[in-house]
Design a protein around this ligand. Sequence first.
Ligand code: LMR
Length: 400
Amino acid sequence: VFAAVVRAPEDPILGVTVAYNKDTSPNKLNLGVGAYRTEEGKPLVLNVVRRAEQILVNDESRVKEYLGITGLADFNKLSAKLILGADSPAIQDNRVTTVQCLSGTGSLRVGAEFLARHYHEKTICIPNPTWGNHPKIFNLAGLSVKTYRYYDPATKGLDFQGLLEDLGAAPSGAIVLLHACAHNPTGVDPTLEQWEQIRQLIRSKQLLPFFDSAYQGFASGSLDADAESVRMFVADGGECLAAQSYAKNMGLYGERVGALSIVCKAADVASRVESQLKLVIRPMYSNPPIHGASIVAAILKDSEMYREWTVELKAMADRILSMRQQLFEALSARGTPGDWSHIIKQIGMFTFTGLNSEQVAFMTKEYHIYMTSDGRISMAGLSSRTVPHLADAIHAAVTR
Ligand code: LMR
């Protein structure tokens, strides 16, 4: 009965790893998926995560019972505090409902399903470009996806005028997806002044902001600075949604741990919203897994482990900054044609190089370097040892 099923293409991001795994070259380099690697090119489990796991393992009172539908209560409270700020009036007023979800993707999907059922406007405006999974998540939840201008290829920076024009022309009440920091794939973020203008426009048109926060602490090394955009929208007393992921900032990729917060105008609204989120979650996956959320809660609630986390987080952010500098210098040293200063200007895990899909294919074929076809490279996958190889490949690709 399945004979007519056609083969689906590989995922544009995760498929890069599939291709990389098949390559037998000793020089192969995976700069596709956004996953942190050490200077030795190895995945990293944070020391503080190991410590938290040890504590959990030794605690014999811990059992493997089901969590409630909304997940671990401590984890939810601490996650809201992390993104909104410990002194957030919205938290103090009990206007926020937070549910534990399956990392960033799961949080976005639960939020989208809720909006498709309970929000009056079904249009969601997403930046162009954006993370490849965004349009799929929102379409499948039943929202209608439109794009707004975001990136200007000429400047390799923000098309701020285009962004304001497109959001200004969005249907009143439309949902707007915003990357809280470290925009994926471009690494281009608005300045705080630009965020303020975006906020005013969004509020004046009664648009509904939906933040995707996958890189808190990873962009600047500061958890507070990377949450500024979200906090501006909460400080004005209006509604918003925020999807949080702990994949990158705690290195908990495969534990699938994240949270969806919905900031409402009043406590009784938040409580009713939560009751409806439960109806979204229960038939999808019943309730979320316990292990990853327990690690996060243990770290966030212990001041000493929290501090240790921030030090390790800053070290990851700093290593990425150093890779940006080294790659920029390596291209300058080779006299590679073009202006490559965007490598040091862009923010977060990715550089949007400006290389086209043919140049990417050339680099994969000749240099065994794997990256997404839009020219995005994960700076977290680079090391001092591999920078020269990448710089050689980029030089060859643009001078060919
Ligand atoms: C990425 O953009 O590479 C990451 O967010 C991983 C993913 O799931 O796509």
